[in-house]
Design a binder for this molecule. Structure first.
Ligand code: IPD
Ligand code: CA
Length: 260
């Protein structure tokens, strides 16, 4: 596992450097699920760099990348990468964006790195026998907030208008019942902030595996639960993260009110 973590750290750092170097020249080259779901040339450049860096060292691994990089492997290791999480922030010159590199071993998230250079933050995590979660090399832990009404809750919104309307309805119901809501613009960073105790919990409908794979490892290694609508594995339909008691409270609240 150590080798995977080292490789993820090196590859994510190289991609982060590329994104910083190219930030001033960013331009939209395409859109995806809606006209506001943009892709810059830097999303693609970062993904190409990551795939090359990872497969150069481990040619038998598989890859799932947000920008289309797909490769079946034979080693049992699959890299799940978001080459630029928080693209809209990156486009507007806001600092909350990062590179997310996760490794699944036999389908289970085991290693994760999220590198957010404009925040000066690198989060790393590993499960299995080398369990660790760090921020810039220092061990981190999820908050001990035990009550939803005291919780600072991060969330995010998708790019499609009809999904947004449902997400807004959820936030409207939840906002009076929690300390406050944060929408920073990068799911992987939101989840790492849960791992670090900078927010107490996170939930979002409509994420993808590349948004959450790396950060799931970091959260779990820091003592958080990352769960889906039925309390099992997080799904694209719903991801919830927080300390175990709080994650369960948030899940119950979302389900009770038929919010998810
Ligand atoms: C998005 C961001 C955003 C979240 C969306 C994601 P992208 O990823 O993480 O915070 O709310 O669900 O799609 O498009 O910037 O890689
Ligand atoms: Ca992305």
């Amino acid at each position: 596992m150590n080798g995977l973590l080292e490789l993820a750290l090196v590859a994510a750092q190289r991609a982060a450097d590329l994104l910083v170097e190219g930030w001033a020249q960013r331009e939209v080259v395409s859109t995806k699920s809606s006209g506001t779901d943009v892709v810059t040339q830097m999303d693609r450049g970062s993904e190409a760099l990551l795939i090359e860096a990872l497969l150069d060292q481990r040619p038998d691994d598989g890859v799932i990348g947000e920008e289309g990089g797909r490769r079946e492997g034979t080693s049992g290791v699959t890299w799940v990468i978001d080459p630029l999480d928080g693209t809209v922030n990156y486009l507007y010159g806001l600092p909350v964006w990062g590179v997310s590199v996760g490794a699944l071993v036999d389908g289970i998230p085991q290693v994760g790195v999220v590198n957010a250079p404009a925040l000066g933050s690198v989060w790393a995590g590993a499960l299995s026998e080398h369990r660790m979660a760090t921020h810039n090399g220092t061990a981190i832990a999820v908050s001990d907030c035990s009550s939803l009404d005291q919780a600072l809750v991060a969330t995010g919104f998708g790019y499609r208008s009809e999904v947004r309307a449902e997400q807004a309805a959820i936030v409207a119901q939840l906002l009076p019942e929690v300390r406050d809501i944060r929408r920073a613009g990068a799911a992987a960073v939101d989840m790492c902030w849960v791992a670090q105790g900078c927010v107490d919990a996170y939930f979002e409908r409509g994420t993808h595996l590349w948004d959450r794979a790396a950060a799931t490892v970091i959260c779990r290694a820091a003592g958080a639960e990352v769960i889906g609508p039925d309390g099992g594995e997080a799904t694209d339909a719903l991801t919830i993260a927080g300390n175990p008691g709080l994650a369960q409270q948030l899940r119950a609240r979302l389900m009770d009110a038929e919010l998810s």
